[in-house]
Design a protein around this ligand. Structure first.
Ligand code: F6R
Length: 611
């Protein structure tokens, strides 16, 4: 949450930073701002989108070869010009941007007010900035030293970038708990919450670790720990292309990402799944395969959509591997005192790899002796690095705030892990194993087929867009798909939607059913199909509108429903990867039909790096 960009080098900083902020806008869009160093320090900021900032600065002096920029997701203080970053220190000499939360800001603020400081905003950021300035003035030290001293007294999470009118060409950066990437160019450096702002300039990056501080100048990158010891930067090569972060002709990133799924699932399977040889190769899992096989239980830890992937995986692992699985919301798990026993394996699932709750949850479990495996999309992210092993999902950058292609890639990885363990453990017979491997390889083409029904789904979105509520039902492997469909609709169209296991409907939600309630039922052919059909009849008996996902050729179920979306036949273990796709499209087209900005739904931001 919140996007940060920095640049120092021979170029004009403004265009580099503005372009970078646009790429990071998915992280928050409550306000945007920029600070430029050009002899003096200039700060421009505005409530709203980056485009509002661009309007604001027309005609202003935008020169400067060093600068920092911010796009905000509000935590402390409402979205406003005053609360927008960068903040200026009391003397006006320092400017700072921040992603995260300073937990002890109230006490620091009280102390500073007692010393005569005045504040122009309600943010924790301005407090930290003035705290740094106070140390700098009192200790007669440079900015780097002041930041180091201040951060030792701060609790919370942060990435901060600071510039000082008295230290030209220098950006001081530090992180704890929020992401920071530094791009290394020729005589120039780039900073970002992720690598997207620097992609066209460099492929060489350094992922800064927690409790590290960077002194960044055009020709120099010095990395230190908070004890002032130098650290050798570990330079990595990016393998993301610019096209991956552009809309490539689609109206929205969300639509592009939904349509990328045949390719992203394929990419995820590629090099891992050998259908002829009957093998699954995942090097980051292989070395822990023995522990997984012998595990007393597997605990899946995640948030949001990734948590839904964990729920699907629970069904799959229990069915195939006969291992007890629990699925935990990271935010709950981290504050409980969970019982971690020897032999427990934790699987952390995260698209961004930066979700604060998931990160802390796995660190707690690690401290208690659990083995942590990460199923993560963003390479080099904090969760990936905090895990002992794991597997990347290789879905490419996901920019639409609502997660889509990350979910199906997570399911592909989790299914491969389960199949591998089941095979090694002998809990799956060879015929079924080989058949599932072959069918897994066919998932991309089945998803492709589903995408061809987009016009039908767009019509359905138009038909039902004015409904006040939606109910989503599914059973077994498809119950989490119902949850995910409801979450997507809520996020993108702001229509209240609830997902339920179909059989639970009778225990309460059926009271909601009347002629105004659309009920989306995942009713594909599987073990529970005839039971789900009974649930459809119960809804119809109460005049509810049923939109069912049915398997090709299932005319009997189609005859019971108001509307149907047809999906190809698939083994029930693999079905969620296919059945979720029409529900993503339904949410997308409903949001579009209602005129909303589906890539930037209100109040949300991608990558939840605060609690
Ligand atoms: C929903 C969505 C969120 C994320 C959740 C976890 O569309 O995007 O619910 O799934 O914030 O994020 P990651 O997977 O990055 O840990």
């Amino acid at each position: 949450m919140c996007g940060i960009v920095g640049y120092t080098g021979p170029k004009e900083a403004y265009p580099v930073i503005i372009k970078g902020l646009k790429r990071l806008e998915y992280r928050g869009y409550d306000s945007a701002g920029i600070a430029l160093l050009d002899g003096s320090l200039k700060v421009y900021k505005k409530k709203g989108r980056v485009s509002d900032l661009e309007d604001e600065v027309v005609g202003k002096d935008l020169h400067g070869h060093t600068g920092i920029g911010h796009t905000r997701w509000a935590t402390h203080g409402e979205p406003s010009d005053a609360n927008a970053h960068p903040h200026r220190s009391s003397t006006g000499k320092l400017a700072m941007i921040h992603n995260g939360i300073i937990e002890n800001y109230a006490q620091l603020k009280k102390d500073l007010i007692n010393k005569g400081y005045q504040f122009k905003s309600d943010t924790d950021t301005e407090v930290l900035l003035n705290f740094i300035e106070e140390i700098k003035e009192n200790n007669h030290c440079g900015l780097e030293e002041a930041v180091r001293v201040a951060l030792k007294r701060v609790t919370g999470a942060y990435v901060i970038l600071l510039i000082d009118a008295e230290e030209p060409d220098t950006i001081i950066a530090a992180r704890k708990g929020s992401p920071l990437v530094i791009g290394i160019g020729k005589g120039e450096h780039f900073l970002g919450s992720d690598a997207s702002p620097m992609l066209e300039y460099t492929k060489e990056v350094v992922y800064v670790n927690d409790y590290e501080l960077a002194i960044v100048r055009p020709d120099e990158l010095i990395l230190k720990n908070l004890g002032n010891e130098k650290i050798t930067p570990y330079v990595q090569k990016l393998d993301i292309e610019l096209a991956a972060i552009e809309k490539s002709g689609y109206d929205h990133f969300m639509l592009k990402e939904i349509f990328e799924q045949p390719q992203t699932i394929f990419d995820c399977l590629r090099g891992r799944l050998d259908t002829l040889g009957g093998t699954i190769t995942m090097s980051g899992i292989q070395q822990y395969a023995d522990q997984i096989m012998k595990a007393n239980r597997i605990v899946m830890i995640a948030c949001g959509t990734s948590w839904h992937a964990g729920l699907v995986a629970e069904y799959i692992f229990e069915e195939l591997c006969r291992i007890n699985v629990e699925v935990e919301y990271a935010s709950e798990f981290r504050y409980r005192n969970p019982v971690i026993q020897p032999g427990d394996v934790i699987i952390a699932i995260s698209q961004s790899g930066e979700t604060a709750d998931t990160l802390v949850a796995i660190e707690n479990a690690k401290a208690k002796g659990a083995i942590i495996l990460g199923v993560v999309n963003v390479v080099g992210s904090s969760i990936a690095r905090a895990s002992h092993g794991g597997a990347y999902t290789h879905a490419g950058p996901e920019i639409g705030v609502a997660s889509t292609k990350a979910f199906t890639a997570q399911l592909a990885v989790l299914t491969m892990i389960a199949l591998k363990i089941a095979h090694d453990k002998g809990t799956i017979d060879q015929d079924r194993y080989m058949r599932l491997l072959a069918e897994l390889a066919e998932v991309p083409s089945k998803v492709e087929k589903v995408l061809k029904t987009k016009d039908k789904i767009r019509d359905l979105a138009e038909k039902y867009k004015d409904a006040r509520d939606f109910l989503y039902l599914g059973r077994g492997f498809n119950f989490p798909v119902a949850l995910e469909g409801a979450l997507k609709l809520k996020e993108i169209s702001y229509i209240h939607a609830e997902g339920y296991p179909a059989a639970e409907m009778k225990h309460g939600p059926i009271a909601l059913v009347d002629e105004n309630l659309p009920v989306v039922v995942v009713a594909t052919k599987d073990t529970y199909h005839h039971k789900v059909v009974s649930n459809i009849q119960e809804i119809k008996a109460r005049k509810g509108k049923v939109i069912a996902l049915i398997t090709e050729g299932d005319t009997a179920t189609a005859a019971l429903c108001d509307d149907v979306i047809i999906v190809p036949e698939a083994d029930e273990i693999l079905a969620p990867m296919i059945s979720v796709v029409p529900l993503q499209l339904l949410a997308y087209y409903t949001g579009v039909a209602k005129g909303y900005d589906v890539d930037k739904p209100r109040n949300l931001a991608k990558s939840v790096t605060v609690e």
